[in-house]
Structures are given as C-alpha cells and as structure tokens.
Design a protein around this ligand. Structure first.
Ligand SMILES: [Fe+2]
Length: 260
C-alpha cells in the first residue's frame, strides 16, 4: 500500500486464468523456489541474451532486463533471502530481488516524494521483495503489482488466477510495466511460465508414481536466524519456506484431532 502515492491500490484489467494438472502445494512452492530459476528457465535466459546481442549496442529492452535475472547464480539467489513469518506466511527478497535492477521511473519518484518526502520514499523503495505469500492461497509481487490466487479444484487440479493492480496516484507507466511483466511471465503465451507449468505436471506425475518414498527438503537445514520481530530469515535457496509450509499444512490438517 505504501508504494502507492495515494496509499491505495486497485485491481484493474483482466485476469490471466489457467488450470494446472497438479496439486496446489506444488504451485505454491514454486513461488518461493529461487533455486529452480537458473535451471528451469535457463533456455529463456539464453534466448534473451542471444536476442539482445542481435539487437546491437544500446540500452537493454525492458523484456531483457526482466528476463536476465532469471539466469542469476547461486550467490545472487542466496542473497535474495527468505523470511518466514509464521502460519505459512513468508516472503522472499529483502534488500535485493530479481526486480532490483529495473530503471527508475522519474515521474513515480516525484509522486512518491510529494506524498511521503524524500527520506521516507527512500525507505519504502529500499524494500525489494520478490514474492510475498499469504498462506495458503494468495501471493503478491509488490514491485510488479500482481496478485496470484491458487484455488484447489481436486487433489491434482489447481486454478491459478493472476490479477494486476494499479498504485493509485502513480504514473500509468508503472501499470504498463506491471502488465507487461505479467504477460511476459504469467500469460499462456509466456516463454518463462510454461517452463514452470511443465514442471508442475511432471512433479505431480512423479509423486503419484510411488517411485520414491521421500522428497528431500533439507537444503540449508541449519542456519536460519531469528529476527527481533519474531520472524526467521535465511538464504534465498534454502528449503526453509517449504518446510514451514508443510509444518503449517500438517498443523491445520490435524487441528481438532486428538494426539496419538
Ligand atoms: Fe519459475
């Protein structure tokens, strides 16, 4: 809300709606999975680099600026970080995210400074979140003004809806950038989103095959640090968020049951 010069947001435009043949928890995990990007989206990153080289000198087009961080290494994605807030709620990103290198939009900065002053504007925009999860079914991408909602339809079928929101009082350029990103990454024609959707399908098939008894979620098992406000932070490629989501799911599913 505070990224809006008027302190309010509103959903605008249409909805990108897609049904995936996978359990909802697989989709939610993907939102926090920083580790997958450099592998799952490697072909996208490489295609973007080749396309840019073919364009000659000059500043990178926005699509390239948006796709390039997908190919970042372990160090970059670890730096993004994770924070667990309890009851399944989490966010990735803090001081840096895959959206940090986007060029500033001067008219937006002016509108923010008019409302909040220069110091407060700097404080607000220094928060670089990647994704925020309101467990179990909603995620926000604040820097790119999108909301994703996950609706389980069956154990192996999930509806995903992506909405774009406007920062009231911000120049239209902010909304155009958000809509562009959402189509680039989340639309059925996306060159990046389809990588994930194929992965959901294959993970679901792998899980029902009974070929393996366990799924490992032990990456960076030790090491998360407790913050003063009660949240817990760790490295961006840690599995800590997945462990927390499953602990929460077990807690909610067992609520009301007598302990055995
Ligand atoms: Fe992905």
């Amino acid at each position: 809300m505070e990224r809006s010069p008027e302190g309010e947001i509103e959903v605008v435009g249409g909805c990108l709606r897609y049904i995936h043949d996978a359990n909802w928890k697989i989709l939610l995990e993907n939102v926090s999975d920083n580790l997958h990007s450099m592998v799952t989206h490697q072909s996208v990153y490489q295609a973007a680099r080749m396309a840019w080289r073919g364009l000659g000198d000059g500043p990178a087009p926005m699509a390239i600026t948006m796709l390039e961080p997908f190919g970042g290494g372990y160090e970059f994605f670890d730096q993004i970080g994770h924070t667990v807030c309890g009851n399944g709620h989490t966010y990735s990103g803090g001081n840096v995210s895959i959206h940090s290198a986007y060029p500033e939009i001067p008219a937006y900065l002016r509108a923010m400074e008019l409302r909040y002053g220069a110091d407060e504007t700097r404080r607000i925009l220094a928060v670089q979140r990647h994704n925020t999860i309101i467990y179990p079914s909603m995620t926000f991408k604040c820097a790119l003004q999108s909301i994703r909602v996950y609706r389980p339809l069956a154990v192996d079928r999930t509806l995903q809806e992506t909405w774009t929101f406007r920062l009231k009082g911000a120049p239209e350029e902010m909304l155009e950038r958000a809509a562009f990103y959402n189509h680039l990454i989340f639309s059925p024609a996306s060159i990046a989103g389809n990588d994930d959707w194929e992965a959901y399908h294959r993970i679901q098939q792998g899980l029902v095959s009974q070929g393996s008894d366990w799924v490992s979620q032990h990456r960076y098992l030790a090491g998360p640090g407790a913050n003063d406000d009660g949240t817990v932070s760790g490295l961006g490629t840690s599995d800590m968020v997945f462990r927390h989501e499953f602990e929460t799911w077990r807690k909610f599913m067992a609520a009301g049951e007598s302990p055995t």
